[in-house]
Design a protein around this ligand. Structure first.
Ligand code: ADP
Ligand code: MG
Ligand code: ZN
Length: 617
């Protein structure tokens, strides 16, 4: 899809430029290098030398007299012309050879060449080279203003079909209709159905939007123009719009065809969004051009516009209104069966041990996108190679989940003994609280091997089944689990560390969402106090209430988190014996599995059945 420029010629251009520059420097700065040394003397000195008979040859031109002395290796002198009628007599007397050098008036053609063409040619050359460089940087050639350099972005044969896209059944179905329409439009026009002009794929990053579009290209059997939104963003005003115009011109010529604009939010941003003023005009022009192109063509001709974005809410409303991108296809994160399917697709590309259980992996990778899963398979394969094996094992895959989710194991980070102990207690604190509060996902693995992501330890919980609804108690249990790490540190070492930063962040987020989004605080009831933006990019909360309410939300958040912290603390102090013994095992082994953890936990004679649920509030 990208044009490839050959870089070989470059050094030659640089060479030529350098040579020319050096030559010019020589001529202008050191003119004497180019001709014999000529010393400038006064006219009287000239006359004196003439009288003494020291002058050899004399020649005069329109501006000066140049003469040599009589030594064997003559030195040259020059002096300015004087209005001296006796000069010729004096020269004859002194017996000096003298001439008047004839400066031929340059022919008008040649002087024109020298004074105009050469400098112009020189500057053109430099200009070309510069614009070439700029073109590399900005995708634009200054010599071609107004003419956009749109390539024909035909995806010849991507080789990707719908089979390569696992899960995403609804999206595939909707897109299949599009493909079918392009294949045989008569079927639709007979009934009077008109295809939507534009189809917008929306969803979080890595869920396969670009992949789906490529699959459409593979299935469609019609020309497929693909361009990324950022390619419209140009260095010169008007270029983006010109590109849009060009793209559609080519598309009309090739209709029926599909035009795919990836990352359309780059140009399709809401026009009134406060983005500062620079560069805004250009984007607006590009967007306007796109809108008018979309209005201008007749859907029945068979140009279908496909676009993808992970920030649909910032798109200009004009783009999403009927007649433009009026069909919106959500491409969501895969559910369990989707994850299994995606893992299977990618597992085909590597050699797998026959005992590998992909469902188990998919279950542990809740929340992972298609791209994450593809990455996991690849990481597992790399790990297999590193350990000199020919097939990927279950263990490789399990490790790769952690790599993708929590970063690499960091081999060279050595925790001090004391630190390691604290981390062990911290993680076991999470795990015990998770096990005791009930209703929380079972512990899958606990490890205190540091990760490159900065996590010093890691307690992995895996839901037995997919969860779509959570009760208030479950959220509270989750907050208590997050608090368990810090509570254990505080209980055992009577001190607290920075290691809980991430837990704190997550607990706070949950507590706040309970109040502002889930309507779980009695005093606010079912009122949305915050609005989510960028929902596909992790989500950003925007307050939707007065500042007094904000203050109250903060108070309530603190009280929810504190209550769960106290609960976790209580649970741990009721089960101190387990805490100590399991932390000791973890400290020694560094990693224990969920089963080991559960057997350790139940092996201990329980002091108190500390399972309480935080119903009241
Ligand atoms: P997006 O454009 O939504 O950000 P991509 O389409 O670029 O995501 O996906 C990145 C990669 O993730 C793909 O190249 C593919 O390897 C993998 N992937 C994502 N979703 C799927 C899926 N549903 N099936 C198979 N592979 C997927
Ligand atoms: Mg993409
Ligand atoms: Zn923690």
């Amino acid at each position: 899809m990208k044009e490839i420029k050959s870089p070989q010629k470059n050094w030659m251009y640089y060479g030529i430029i350098a040579a020319v520059v050096i030559m010019l420097l020589n001529i202008f700065l050191f003119p004497n290098l180019m001709r014999p040394q000529v010393q400038e003397v006064s006219y009287s000195a000239f006359l004196e030398m003439l009288e003494k008979g020291e002058v050899g040859q004399v020649s005069q031109d329109d501006v000066q007299i140049t003469f040599s002395d009589r030594s064997i290796e003559p030195k040259y002198y020059k002096t300015g012309l004087m209005d001296d009628p006796d000069l010729i007599d004096r020269l004859t007397q002194a017996g000096v050879e003298f001439t008047r050098s004839i400066v031929e008036p340059a022919s008008p053609l040649i002087s024109f060449l020298i004074s105009w063409l050469i400098p112009i040619g020189f500057f053109l050359l430099i200009g070309r080279l510069l614009s070439r460089q700029m073109g590399k940087a900005g995708g634009m050639n200054a010599m071609q203003l107004g003419k956009s350099n749109v390539k024909i972005y035909i995806e010849s044969q991507t080789g990707i079909t719908f089979k390569d896209v696992a899960g995403q059944e609804e999206a595939k179905e909707a897109l299949w209709e599009v493909v079918d329409f392009l294949h045989n439009p008569a079927k639709y026009t007979e009934v009077g159905a008109v295809m939507p002009k534009g189809v917008l794929l929306v969803g979080p990053p890595g869920t396969g939007k670009t992949l789906l579009a490529k699959a459409v290209a593979g299935e469609a059997d019609v020309p497929f123009f693909s361009i990324s939104g950022s390619e419209f963003v140009e260095m010169f005003v008007g270029m983006g719009a010109a590109k849009v115009r060009d793209l559609f011109k080519q598309a009309y010529e090739k209709a029926p065809c599909i035009v795919f604009i990836d990352e359309i939010d780059t140009i399709g941003k809401r026009r009134d969004s406060p983005a500062g003023f620079s560069g805004n005009d250009e984007r607006e022009q590009t967007l306007n051009q796109l809108l008018s192109e979309m209005d201008g063509f007749d859907g029945r001709k068979g140009v279908m516009i496909l676009a993808a974005t992970n920030r649909p809410e910032i798109l200009d409303p004009a783009l999403t209104r009927p007649g433009r991108f009026d069909r919106r296809i959500p491409v969501e994160l895969p559910d369990l069966s989707g994850r299994v399917a995606i893992l299977k697709v990618h597992a085909k590309k590597v050699k797998m041990d026959s005992r590998v259980d992909l469902t188990r992996i998919a279950r542990a990778a809740a929340g992972a996108s298609g791209a994450d899963l593809a990455n996991m398979i690849n990481e597992a394969a790399l790990r297999a190679v590193r350990s000199g094996r020919k097939v990927v094992t279950q263990e490789d895959l399990e490790e790769s989940i952690e790599v993708v989710i929590a970063g690499y194991q960091k081999k060279d980070r050595v925790l001090s003994d004391k630190e390691k102990k604290i981390v062990a207690y911290h993680e076991v604190g999470h795990a015990i609280v998770a096990a005791l509060v009930g209703g929380s996902a079972p512990v899958h693995k606990i490890t205190i091997i540091p990760r490159t992501s900065g996590a010093l330890g890691y307690t992995m919980q895996v839901d037995e089944e997919e969860r779509f609804l959570r009760t208030r108690e479950e959220i509270e249990n989750k907050i208590a689990t997050f608090a368990g790490g810090r509570a254990a540190e505080s209980l055992v070492f009577d001190t607290i560390t920075t290691g809980a930063a991430n837990d704190i962040e997550q607990a706070t987020k949950l507590a706040r969402a309970m109040i502002t989004r889930f309507g779980m605080a009695e005093e606010f009831g079912m009122v949305a106090l915050e609005r989510e933006t960028d929902q596909y990019l992790g989500g950003n909360m925007v307050g939707n209430c007065s500042s007094e309410t904000q203050g109250r939300i903060d108070q309530l958040t603190v009280s929810i988190v504190n209550k769960q912290y106290n609960r976790a603390y209580q649970l741990l102090s009721d089960n101190q014996r387990e805490l100590h013994s399991i932390a000791q095992v973890l400290y020694e082994k560094e990693t224990i599995t969920g089963e080991e953890f559960m057997s350790l936990l139940s092996a201990q004679p329980r002091l108190a059945e500390g399972v309480e649920t935080g119903q009241e509030e």
